[in-house]
Design a protein around this ligand. Structure first.
Ligand code: ZN
Length: 187
């Protein structure tokens, strides 16, 4: 399994290519799944005619291991309408798992360990050295603010996306990186 986690996704080469100078944004996600292995299963699923699916570029485990699943010069499908100019970083975290869209499951409680956040900061520093136009950072929840009917009570609308959520330590991260936070929670 660790070999697989270290490899690019099987459809990496089918994703639309781009120039690395197009990349301006880092978008922070959490997997909302129990572990990275499960995230890999979801990432490998094919959803589009092009033979590709939904994933971030990077995944970071709770212990701080960083895996790259999509090359920087490929457009990954990780956020609606903002894929072209962004890098998606997914943090292993339960989020609202497993009842993502039920009204009684909208509070996130799973913490982001220091090792994971330190690895994220290091990864962002590395990306800044290789991506000349990287300037901004934000959370998935700040770019996708759509509401949907909850599964258990269609009269109640809930957020479609809430990651990385309220447990994510924006203050700590922003103190250690040189990017502008365009989101709401980090300002
Ligand atoms: Zn997300």
């Amino acid at each position: 399994m660790s070999n697989q986690l270290s490899a690019l996704l099987p459809y990496n080469d089918k994703l639309e290519s781009r120039n690395i100078s197009d990349i301006e944004f880092v978008i922070i996600h959490c997997t909302e799944l129990p572990d990275i292995e499960t995230a890999r299963v979801y990432g490998e699923k094919v959803h589009y005619k092009s033979g590709t699916g939904n994933s971030g570029h990077y995944y970071i485990s709770k212990s701080g291991l960083v895996y790259q699943w999509v090359e920087n010069d490929r457009m990954a499908h990780h956020v609606k309408d903002h894929n072209k100019n962004s890098i998606g970083i997914e943090l292993d975290n339960l989020g609202r798992y497993p009842d993502w869209h039920k009204t009684n499951h909208q509070i996130m409680f799973d913490e982001y360990p220091n090792a994971q956040i330190d690895a994220l900061i290091k990864l962002i520093h590395t990306l800044q050295k290789s991506l000349p136009n990287l300037k901004y950072i934000t959370g998935h929840e700040d770019l996708d603010r759509r509401l949907i009917k909850s599964e258990n009570d269609p009269s109640i609308y809930i957020r479609r996306k809430m990651d990385p959520g309220t447990m994510f330590p924006w203050d700590k991260v922003m103190q250690q990186i040189n990017l502008i936070n365009t989101g709401i929670l980090g300002q």
